[in-house]
Design a protein around this ligand. Structure first.
Ligand code: DGJ
Length: 541
């Protein structure tokens, strides 16, 4: 049939009239291409790239793939995954091997090749903290523990982390980050780079905080007024105000203040959206801070971090928790009225793929599986045992499905009209309330007939429902059945499909390819691994 319907103005109308504010600085770059920025309204967020809503369908390369020799192993993996954004580290040791002498040759090559491949990019600043350690700092930093002191544990033993309290460390990191942002501003007028992560998984393993004499003096003093005001709490020493959480929050505050000063200085030069990523604590049964990376933006420390680092636009979780309860709990914890959800890292193995639907349903601005390149390295058991085309296939299917209509989905999300669910291995039916209607999503059923949903043999399903009007919905998914019913069936009326069109969105226009009817709708709308998007109009009889 292949016809173009009259434009359904699903997009612009949804956001017209909303108050949009920029969380990321000036909207227009000197060269005229609009700066990437994060807009917020009513506690919801959207990332704007080239002035248009953007979803990061990302892929993060392995930790040591930030060298020219590795790029040929990066691009085919990104291509097979249908990713639109490459997430690439920039290491301090790489750009400033000698103090004050900078080398941006890798960055320039990377930008040129990313553009050739039609990709946007996110850069990761591997500076003072990389998983809590200074491993990526230049040797002139990591070998000089007098000038750049380490955290001391309660017994006075040096920990791997650098102390956030050392002015020399802050000054050196800040200078390098500013040099990076200055170079980027000059080298990237087309804004290939859309966001920058400041540091990587900050915090300290093995000690709740720095116990050096200098740290102890501060710890025994009053909590800074800026923090007590932000938390609307009484004044006092750290222990008096925060009790058992005092050590962790003290460390979080001073790391957050360090990151704030690095981020603010970089942003003053080039105001890209900036974020930090979080090594998580167990979201359901957290232990004491010595069992996770203390001082980073763990879920309990988010408010401390928000107060400490206002130049950071987003605090993004790294989710390596494959079970449904934990994964979705983390989404709940990091989607906040004061924080856009961005899954900065997640596992590359199959169970993680389906969570893209839940991330979009939590108003996420993006998602990036980690370790995506064909360098031969794999971070199994966190990620897949082998990273190849077969591993990436479930992600590729979803990215292929979402990418063509990503701006429309992002706009629906920003307007609060996008709902997404991922398969729970323990519960095989999920209900989505939709005003007068409800959508019932079930897993593991054949495409024909009704029975009790058994769940898919491995959890791999998910669905997205976008509200286009009272009775009109965009519906898509993978390995799931979506059926509609009246929310309240007590009035004697029953639901029917007025029309179900299969087609695609592009530039705000719906293009119908065919009408689904008969077997294709009698048992609900069945989604498999074939990317299919439906425009559904409901009615009653
Ligand atoms: C989280 C870190 O942020 C990544 O850089 C990487 O080390 C993974 N953990 C593990 O592969």
């Amino acid at each position: 049939m292949n016809r173009i319907c009259a434009a359904r103005p699903l997009v612009l109308a949804l956001v017209t009239g909303l108050l949009i504010s920029s969380a990321a600085g000036g909207p227009v770059a000197a060269q005229g291409a609009p700066m990437p920025r994060i807009a917020s309204s009513h506690g919801r967020y959207e990332l704007l790239v080239a002035g248009k809503p953007y979803l990061v369908l990302g892929a993060q390369v392995n930790n040591s793939s930030n060298y020219p020799a590795m790029l040929p192993a990066v691009w085919p993996a990104l291509g097979q995954m249908h990713a639109n954004t490459v997430v690439m580290p920039v290491a301090w040791e790489q750009i400033e091997p000698q103090e004050g002498v900078f080398d941006f040759s890798f960055l320039d090559l990377f930008l040129a090749q990313a553009r050739e491949h039609g990709l946007r990019a996110v850069l990761l600043w591997f500076g003072t903290w990389k998983n809590g350690s200074p491993a990526y700092t230049p040797e002139w930093v990591k070998l000089d523990n007098d000038r750049f002191p380490r955290v001391l544990n309660p017994q006075g033993k040096r920990m791997p982390s650098l102390s956030p309290l050392a002015p020399a460390t802050l000054a050196a990191d800040r200078a390098a980050f500013v040099a990076l942002m200055r170079h980027l501003k000059a080298a990237d007028p087309q804004h290939t780079v859309i966001m920058v992560q400041v540091e990587n998984e900050t915090g300290t393993y093995g000690s709740a905080r720095d116990y050096s004499p200098q740290a102890q003096r501060l710890f025994d003093g009053p909590v800074p007024r800026q923090l007590t005001r932000a938390l609307r709490t009484h004044r006092g020493t750290w222990r008096e105000v925060f009790g058992p959480q005092a050590d962790e929050f003290f460390h979080a505050w001073y790391i957050g203040r360090f990151v704030q000063q690095v981020a603010a200085a970089g942003k003053a030069v080039y105001p890209l959206p900036l974020y930090v990523n979080a090594a998580l604590r167990d979201p359901l049964h957290p232990g004491p801070p010595t069992t996770y990376e203390s001082g980073g933006p763990a879920d309990d420390a988010l408010t401390v971090w928000k107060a400490a680092a206002p130049a950071i636009d987003v605090i993004a979780p790294d989710i390596y928790l494959p079970d449904y309860a934990r994964y979705t709990k983390v989404l709940d914890l990091y989607q906040r009225p004061d924080n856009a959800l961005f899954v900065a890292e997640t596992g590359s193995k199959q169970p993680y793929a389906r969570y893209l639907f839940a991330v979009l349903g939590h108003q996420g601005i993006g998602f990036a599986p980690f370790g995506v390149d064909f360098s031969g390295y794999s971070n199994f058991p966190l990620g897949a045992r082998v990273v190849d085309g077969k591993t990436l296939a479930p992600f590729a299917l979803e990215y292929g499905l979402i990418a063509p209509m990503a701006p429309e989905l992002a706009q629906m999300s920003f307007a609060g009209n996008l709902i997404g669910v991922s398969e729970d291995s323990a519960v095989h039916v999920q209900t989505i309330p939709l005003g007068r209607w409800r959508a019932v999503v079930s897993y593991g059923l054949p495409m024909f007939g009704n029975s009790t949903p058994p769940g898919n043999p491995v959890p791999e399903g998910g669905a997205l429902v976008g509200r286009l009007g009272t009775d009109e919905f965009l519906v898509t998914g993978m390995h799931a059945r979506v059926a509609f019913a009246l929310a309240d069936a007590s009035g004697g009326r029953q639901a029917q499909y007025a029309r179900v069109e299969e087609g695609s969105y592009g530039n705000g226009q719906w293009r119908a390819r065919r009408v689904w009817n008969g077997d294709q709708v009698d048992w609900g709308l069945n989604f498999t691994s074939i990317p299919q998007v439906l425009h559904v109009r409901l009615a009653t009889y």
